[in-house]
Design a protein around this ligand. Sequence first.
Ligand SMILES: Cc1cc2nc3c(=O)[nH]c(=O)nc-3n(C[C@H](O)[C@H](O)[C@H](O)COP(=O)(O)OP(=O)(O)OC[C@H]3O[C@@H](n4cnc5c(N)ncnc54)[C@H](O)[C@@H]3O)c2cc1C
Length: 377
Amino acid sequence: MSEQFDVIIIGAGIAGASLAANLANTHRVIVLEREEFAGFHSTGRSAAQFSEIYGNSTVRALTRASRHFFYTPPEGFSDSPLVLPRGSLFIARQDQLPQLSEFAAQNDVGDCVRAVSASEALQMCPILRPDYVAAAVLEGAAADMDVNALHQGYLRQLRQEGGHIWLNAEVLELSHNNGAWQVGTPNGSFQAPVVVNAAGAWADQIAIRAGARPLKIQPCRRTAVLVDPPPGIATASFPLVIDIDETFYFKPDAGLLFLTPADESPVEPCDVQPEEIDVAIAIDRVEQATTLRISRVRKRWAGLRSFAPDRSPVIGFDPRLSGFFWLAGQGGYGIQTAPTAGALAAALIRQDLPVELRNLPIDELSPGRKALTAATT
Ligand SMILES: Cc1cc2nc3c(=O)[nH]c(=O)nc-3n(C[C@H](O)[C@H](O)[C@H](O)COP(=O)(O)OP(=O)(O)OC[C@H]3O[C@@H](n4cnc5c(N)ncnc54)[C@H](O)[C@@H]3O)c2cc1C
């Protein structure tokens, strides 16, 4: 006998959690998560940076619309702030100045940044090498996010509204009969008219299991490394420093420095681990740009950033398969876009779009959009 719900959400990362919290006051919701704890995959492995000028224009629109939530979450959502200020400093060498100008000339970037001279960049981050940085732009309103506070806030809200989450519940079977989805896990089966694919790197696998056309959502590995800060230099107020071609970035992280080679290696969905070569590349690139000399890695990890072919998230009902909803392809932006993505997905499932969400590029997010049809047929 299956338990009955209105909506079954597959995946308890930030995508599934944000939708579940937004929907549980009007729908009977259950979230099914394969792992022992929510946030084991991409959501627990991010760089936690909020930037309104990162990603393509569709991503930027979702991020801008999420700002209010981060700075003014609902009463009782979190005991601690969800964001703390940390500017993003985009740096360029002499040979990268054209890319810096082109970047700052984009409409929705120019309004958010100011030009910074090489000497000012060095004041903000004194470990940068004077012979490396030719110019920079600063996004002053960027921030560090508390990903755990956001994720736990959503899961708490879900439970308070009477919703459910089942851990150790891998979805192995999906079938659709007489208007209802039947979802099988080793610990029980569930039935609902709507099933949501919020399975992150496994989104295409879930689609295939359900009989939907996969959307070529490609998981890509990104490596992260924590190292000691340089002795005698106060690093806590450094901005996030990012190469304009995104070949590396670094920022302070709880008394240490977080570095990444900003790798994007296509891999099969898995519990991804860092490769030694990527750790070495991260260290090499950061050492070239700074006076840091890194002799010890304190911690290393990798996570998956999963992209649709046009690098925009996929949010909406599948155009061919009744009751199958996509909330996938969050790429490298799934945390900073979650407040709006979760609210939008809930509104689309309710078929009741509030005024404040009507300006979003909904067609650009649809699983039926041209860019995806072209790439998958
Ligand atoms: C190194 C790195 C840096 C990043 N930096 C940032 C950043 O600064 N800012 C930002 O906004 N984003 C960043 N991201 C991206 C962000 O982490 C992701 O976009 C986001 O976490 C995706 O969330 P998700 O819920 O879609 O995926 P996940 O967190 O991976 O959740 C998907 C869940 O689905 C579950 N699942 C899969 N298959 C099944 C099944 N069959 N049955 C049940 N459950 C299943 C999985 O176990 C998993 O828990 C970064 C990512 C990485 C790796």
